[in-house]
Write a protein that binds this ligand. Structure first.
Ligand code: ADP
Ligand code: MG
Length: 497
């Protein structure tokens, strides 16, 4: 039997407001327990919640960015349950009428050696408050409650069950993560819990229309855990069914130490929560003028930018997606493209695209690897956009080889703040100019041929490998500076073909 995996994600994004969703207490992370909980967060008698305007504005931003409907009159409800970290005995959330309805997110990912894409539909996004936190360690042998997080604004973004693999789900989560950071509505810090996913997973025989019974894996706070938890859960469900069992709808937890999911509780129904409209909060009214003001303040969105990159620079959908994973990276790339075009005005469209493609490769490979290695964000890169453009210009105009450029890049990385001219200065100071002059290369070729008669004989006997060895010898003799194409050409002509 062939199985199809079905996944829908519910994502809690913590909105980057300074104060809480219904109180004036600070949302800053890391304060001493219970120092940032106001009477509203503590649910003292007689207090009333007041809606945070910034949180609503952030929800509108998200709604506009995903092409959703921003609902003009949404309603807050009480979701009732008992838990030590929930002092009111209910969570204020939106239930029947959320602030954002519909919308979609374009996702591009690589799987099975090919690039895939899908437009994942969004069901809704609603505003709600976060709960506090139970502290089970370091508390005089007892558990404690920290209510600093209580009342932190969350936007829960719910997808349709459109995803068909763990990799796709991760790609969706990444795209959403990139988007909320792009919009400036969430700091994206997963370790601090600013972005957490619940994964709903089911399986069905290929060809079957009806969905299978789903399990929900709660609170996955890293992309790796999200992928592993789904993979485990899919295997578990398939094995269970194949052994004659039935999947029961339940809430499960992922244990990263044992790399497995475990049952936490049977799934509660909406009726268990006894939702009802919160009488303390009026309906949330959003007028056209507010929406238009927010729309006017939106930056160019990643989807639009991605399409522009594909058209303007002929980059592949995958490259465009990678480059637009953050605004800083997309800006760095475009700044370097402009700087390079100023240094070497491209003769035609093809030359312009070559420049963009070279820079895209540098940004996605060498730059990304160096940033990753040093744990830096692109804003902290010791090699800035115009410096990189200068370096790439020296490859494209034949001054240095790609390999030498890589060495230079590594050297420049260690001298933060170097001016663009440092590229040319280093090339001259270290004598790195590529040798394209055929008489100079010819001398090297002759020396290498004279010193390696065996390789010459092997090549004449038909061994192509021997030719490569000779090229390598000449490159080495030139200390990497000879133009490889010129070396190839000269060797071939000396060896007679
Ligand atoms: P709840 O709020 O009770 O968790 P919802 O009906 O709002 O339930 O669905 C939550 C999530 O579950 C959504 O992301 C939805 O796409 C997903 N989902 C619903 N049915 C399935 C299914 N059979 N398999 C996988 N995911 C599903
Ligand atoms: Mg759910």
């Amino acid at each position: 039997m062939q199985w199809e995996v079905v996944i829908g994600l519910e994502t809690h994004t913590q909105l980057a407001t300074r104060s809480k969703i219904f109180s004036g207490a600070s949302t800053a992370f890391g304060a001493a327990p219970n120092t940032q909980a106001s009477p509203v967060d503590l649910a003292l008698p007689g207090v009333l919640p007041v809606m945070n305007r910034q949180a609503v504005e952030f929800a509108i931003r998200l709604g506009l960015a995903v092409g959703a409907q921003v609902v003009r009159r949404s309603v807050f409800a009480r979701k009732n349950y008992f838990y030590p970290d929930l002092p009111k005995g209910y969570q204020i959330s939106q239930y029947e009428i959320p602030v954002v309805a519909g919308g979609s997110l374009d996702v591009v990912w690589e799987e099975g050696g090919e690039t895939r894409s899908r437009t994942v539909r969004l069901t809704r996004a609603h505003l709600e408050e976060d709960a506090g936190k139970s502290l089970h360690e370091d508390f005089h042998g007892m558990s404690g409650i920290d209510l600093n997080r209580a009342g932190t604004p969350l936007l829960e973004i719910v997808s349709e069950p459109d995803m068909r693999s763990a990799r796709e789900a991760v790609a969706y989560a990444r795209a959403l993560h990139d988007l909320v950071m792009w919009l400036g509505i969430c700091d994206g810090n997963m370790q601090e819990g600013s972005f957490r996913c619940d994964a709903n997973v089911s399986v069905r025989p290929v060809g079957q229309e009806a969905y299978g019974t789903r399990c929900e894996i709660k609170n996955l706070n890293s992309f790796r855990f999200l992928e592993r938890a789904i993979d485990f859960e899919v295997r578990r469900q398939i094995e269970l069914i194949q052994d004659g069992g039935r999947v029961v709808q339940e809430t499960r937890l992922y244990d990263s130490d044992r790399d497995e999911t475990r049952s936490m509780r049977s799934k509660e129904d909406a009726q268990d929560y006894r939702y009802f409209p919160d009488p303390d909060l009026p309906a949330l009214a959003i007028d056209e003028a507010w929406i238009e003001t927010v729309r006017g303040g939106l930056p160019e969105l990643p989807t639009a930018m991605r399409q522009r990159f594909e058209g303007e620079y002929s980059l592949s959908p995958y490259d465009s997606q990678m480059l637009t994973s953050s605004r800083q990276q997309a800006d760095y790339f475009e700044q370097s493209v402009r700087a390079l075009a100023a240094l070497l005005p491209p003769a035609d469209e093809a030359a312009r695209q070559t420049q963009a493609k070279s820079l895209a490769n540098w940004v996605m490979a060498d730059l990304a690897a160096a940033l990753n290695r040093d744990g830096l964000s692109i804003g902290q890169a010791p090699v800035g956009a115009t410096l990189l453009a200068r370096l790439v210009a020296r490859i494209l105009d034949g001054t240095v080889s790609g390999k030498i450029a890589r060495d230079l890049f590594a050297a420049l990385w260690l001298t933060p703040g170097a001016p663009d001219e440092a590229v040319d200065r280093e090339i001259d100071a270290r004598g790195l100019r590529q040798i394209s002059d055929s008489s100079a290369i010819g001398t090297l070729v002759d020396e290498v041929l004279a010193a390696n008669p065996r390789s010459v004989d092997e090549f004449r006997a038909g061994k192509e490998k021997a030719f490569n060895a000779l090229v390598g010898q000449v490159m080495k003799a030139s200390r990497g500076k000879a133009n490889p194409q010129a070396v190839n050409d000269l060797l071939r002509s000396r060896l007679g073909g």
